[in-house]
Design a binder for this molecule. Structure first.
Ligand SMILES: NC(=O)c1ccc[n+]([C@@H]2O[C@H](COP(=O)([O-])OP(=O)(O)OC[C@H]3O[C@@H](n4cnc5c(N)ncnc54)[C@H](OP(=O)(O)O)[C@@H]3O)[C@@H](O)[C@H]2O)c1
Length: 362
């Protein structure tokens, strides 16, 4: 790699690292970091998008300027915006700053930008270099990109199972398969998500809390998906001081008389079927880029079949639960041949406390 390229890459990696500090807080917006050098190549400012509604990365970097940026260079991992949203367009700020060179990793898939931001910069006589650290930038914002291109939330399914592949006893008891440390890691993992989804049966059986236990200031939305609305009148999810709850029900099958059991502080939405894809779309429309499915086998299978799951997180505990009727992580996909089974790419595997952590994707 030429020295120049190496230097540019180093600054962009710095922008990407800054961007990642906003993890879990920026939805529906992307993760963006910006670095500004003066005309001599000295770092004079940097910033990142901290939270939706707060200044964009470029704006924060301009607000933090220590010196004159004219003739300088900007590194930003996503194409600067050119539309008036909750904050003014970043392109205008870049043009008026006198910056002469802009490195951008990837275009913004948002139709309001999608290449227009780059064209405006070029029309103003700024040299724009697109594609620096493209892979790292795509990985960082994959859920934002997915949601913008497909209109659905990026879904990750998580489950914990014994070494013989069971997620619970045949009587439904599953507390606890993994260690306390693994469960604490799950609380931390949740902080990276905008919503956590379970099915009605998991609510009835486990009465879970589904929070980050304080890892995140703004807790993810907790979502219960139900066909029947046969939900208890007392549940931890009905306590919404720390974290909001949304119940989504299938109006073609639910007994709406059961709605009276759900307290008023819980949000309710109805959809016309039990298609998990509809739920994923509703959550995308609510601004959820990334959602964690923590459901049991029935809903997990329906969500995989519907194409709502892009990644899988598995905690494998060295325990044998056994039993022909003990719960599996999935119900029947009704595959007839090995050519039909769901093939995953293993991305990460590591021992964690006494368990094994695996991350795989489709
Ligand atoms: N080890 C683990 O990682 C783990 C994780 C989660 C759960 N679990 C265990 O899993 C058990 C519950 O299993 P489950 O499969 O019944 O889980 P679930 O997460 O409750 O999903 C099933 C429920 O989702 C609702 N639903 C809505 N649309 C659906 C659709 N298209 N397809 C399927 N379900 C839909 C229904 O709720 P309604 O019945 O209200 O209509 C249904 O009963 C519990 O014993 C729990 O302890 C284990």
């Amino acid at each position: 790699m030429k020295l120049d390229n190496f230097i540019h890459k180093r600054w962009m990696i710095r922008a990407i690292r800054l961007a990642s500090l906003g993890r879990g807080f920026t939805s529906p917006n992307p993760l963006v970091g910006a670095v500004i050098l003066d005309k001599k190549g000295r770092l004079i400012s940097e910033g990142f998008h901290q939270e939706s509604g707060m200044p964009h990365a470029e704006a924060m970097a301009f607000n933090n300027l220590q010196d004159d940026p004219s003739g300088g260079t900007l590194y930003v991992n996503l194409e600067p915006c050119c539309h008036l949203g909750k904050t003014p367009p970043c392109v205008d700020r870049i043009i008026s700053s006198g910056i002469k060179k802009v490195f951008v990793s990837i275009k913004d898939p948002d139709v309001r930008v999608a290449g227009k931001g780059i064209r405006l910069l070029e029309n103003a006589g700024i040299e724009v270099n697109l594609g620096l650290c493209e892979n790292e930038a795509l990985e960082l914002n994959k859920s934002f990109i997915y949601k913008n291109l497909k209109g659905y939330s990026y879904g990750i399914l998580k489950w914990a199972m014994s070494i013989d592949g069971r997620v619970g006893l045949k009587n439904g008891k599953s507390k606890w398969i993994t260690t306390q440390e693994s469960r604490s890691l799950v609380h931390k993992i949740r902080a990276d998500f905008d919503a956590i989804i379970i099915g009605g049966n998991t609510l009835r059986k486990d009465n879970p809390l589904l929070t980050t236990r304080g890892f995140k200031k703004r807790e993810p939305l907790r979502v219960v998906f139900t066909r029947t609305l046969d939900l208890p009148s007392k549940a931890k999810l009905w306590e919404t001081e720390l974290s909001s709850t949304l119940v989504v029900y299938d109006s073609s099958t639910a007994n709406e008389g059961n709605l009276k059991r759900i307290p008023k502080n819980v949000s309710i939405e109805k959809i016309p079927s039990d298609d998990p894809k509809l739920l994923s779309r509703i959550l995308a429309e609510k601004g959820c880029n990334k959602v964690l499915w923590e459901c049991g086998p029935e809903l997990a299978t329906a969500a995989v079949k519907a194409g709502c799951i892009q990644e899988f997180i598995t905690f494998l505990a060295p325990k044998i639960i056994g039993g022909e009727n003990a719960m599996n992580p999935f119900s029947d996909f009704e595959f007839k041949s090995m050519n039909e089974v769901v093939n995953l790419n293993l991305q990460e595997i590591k021992p964690f406390s006494r368990d094994i952590f695996l991350r795989s994707f489709l």
